[in-house]
Design a protein around this ligand. Structure first.
Ligand SMILES: *Cc1c(COP(=O)(O)O)cnc(C)c1O
Length: 400
């Protein structure tokens, strides 16, 4: 097992001229995952139906569903389609959702509920503060109309790892149902349904399992899926109908993303070879740790303290130096073979570097070297953030 982890942790470089995607999905995939797409599949064919069954089983295994209480419903589209399907199918029309928001994806959940006409209350923690179990408890204690709590596992807009353990405990204590957007976490960050009591969670093909974009999946309690019959506002996003049809026919209701499914089967094989979520987490955590320490050696500072820093993506403050321009920095990084991500904070300038995908610690060292080179080319001799940025971070440390 350990050997497999070490072996698989060494990632092959992408093809010549192809940059590394240091973005949290789409991300850099293994060559064999890309090669799995070099064949066409008939959607009704028994072989393809077996692939669908295989991926559903594998995902339930990763989720720790040994009791068979849950089922896995893959759905065409990007991750947001699956979030919308989960909300529209599992939150009753007369339900009331408490949305814990601390970034763009939490806000998107609230927007989706608004489109769906579902009553919702938002606990907005701003750009990067974690929602805490005690806050959820207080809100559930005073508002008995709340039926569901919705939380983002890793809020990819800052890279914060939200404390879903204490949030799940608070929700269960008050007898409400928990829905989790674990898009950028599942497959690496532990999410075991034996430990985290939830009604459902959602993730997609192109995040920590390292497949290509094209579909996502909802892992939901079977009783919740049964109860969802006739509830969805949308035919294509009706989770109950997709589940029911898939269980009866083994097929996706509408044209499946056949090549993305074939790639995902290979991605799952590599995931298992690496030691499953444990092995993957070990590589991603090391990627993050090497990245942060090498960047700090250049003077860069991460937004989040160690406690909240996910192994998925790291937000760094932009250097305060007047010659620093993100667009130039981005172009210089791309020239050196690395696609990075702009920041999403509203108050201070920042940028993000992803730690997931087929990248390892040696790639992270090269990323930091490329950053040093880019700073040199811009004439930035110090990467330290502004005082305002550091004050912001101080406030975070005090509050969280
Ligand atoms: C990627 C992601 C999504 C889905 O985004 P899409 O662009 O629709 O795939 C949702 N939530 C989180 C936390 C994500 O990281």
């Amino acid at each position: 097992m350990e050997d497999a982890v070490v072996l698989a942790a060494r990632c092959a470089a992408p093809a010549a001229g192809e940059p590394y995607l240091l973005t949290p999905g789409p991300l850099t995939t293994a060559r064999s995952t890309k090669e799995a797409m070099l064949r066409d599949w008939g959607s009704w064919d028994a072989e393809f139906r077996e692939m669908t069954a295989q991926l559903r089983r594998a995902l339930l295994d990763i989720a720790g569903d040994v009791a068979g209480d849950y089922d896995c419903v893959p759905l065409q589209g990007s991750g947001s389609y699956c979030v919308e399907a989960m909300l529209g199918s599992l939150v009753p029309r007369d339900g009331h959702a408490l949305v814990l928001a601390n970034g763009a994806y939490g806000k998107r959940i609230a927007t989706t509920l608004r489109y769906l006409g579902r009553r919702h209350t938002v606990l907005d923690k701003g750009d990067y503060l974690p929602p805490r179990g005690s806050e959820v408890e207080r809100m559930l204690a005073v508002d008995h109309t709340i039926t569901h709590v919705v939380v983002v596992h890793c809020e990819t807009s800052s890279g914060i790892l939200n404390p879903i353990g204490e949030i799940a405990a608070a929700t269960a204590k008050h007898g409400r149902k928990l829905l989790i957007d674990s898009m950028s976490a599942f497959g690496a960050v532990p999410l075991d349904v034996r430990e985290i009591r939830c009604e459902a969670f959602v993730s997609s093909a192109n995040k920590c399992i390292e497949g290509v974009p094209g579909f996502g999946f909802v892992i939901a309690r079977r009783d919740a899926l049964r109860d969802a019959k006739g509830r969805s506002h949308s035919l294509s996003l009706d989770l109950h109908d997709q589940w029911d049809a898939m269980n009866r026919t083994g097929q996706w209701r509408f044209t499946p993303p056949t090549h993305a499914v074939a790639a995902f089967i290979e991605a799952l094989r590599l995931h298992a070879l690496e030691g499953g979520p444990r092995g993957r987490l070990a590589r991603y955590a090391r990627n993050r740790d090497v990245l942060v320490s090498e960047m700090q050696a250049l003077g860069f500072e991460p937004l989040l303290g160690e406690r909240w820093r996910s192994p998925v993506i790291v937000t760094f403050f932009a250097p305060a130096h007047p010659a620093f321009r993100f667009e130039r920095f981005y172009a210089l990084m791309k020239e050196q073979g690395f696609i990075i991500y702009p920041g999403k904070l509203t108050v201070v300038d920042s940028f993000r570097i992803g730690c997931i995908g087929q990248v390892d610690a040696s790639v992270m060292q090269r990323v930091a070297k490329a950053c040093a080179h880019a700073l040199g080319a811009m004439g930035v001799d110090c990467a330290a953030p502004s005082d305002a940025a550091l004050r912001e971070r101080g406030a975070l440390a005090a509050m969280a």
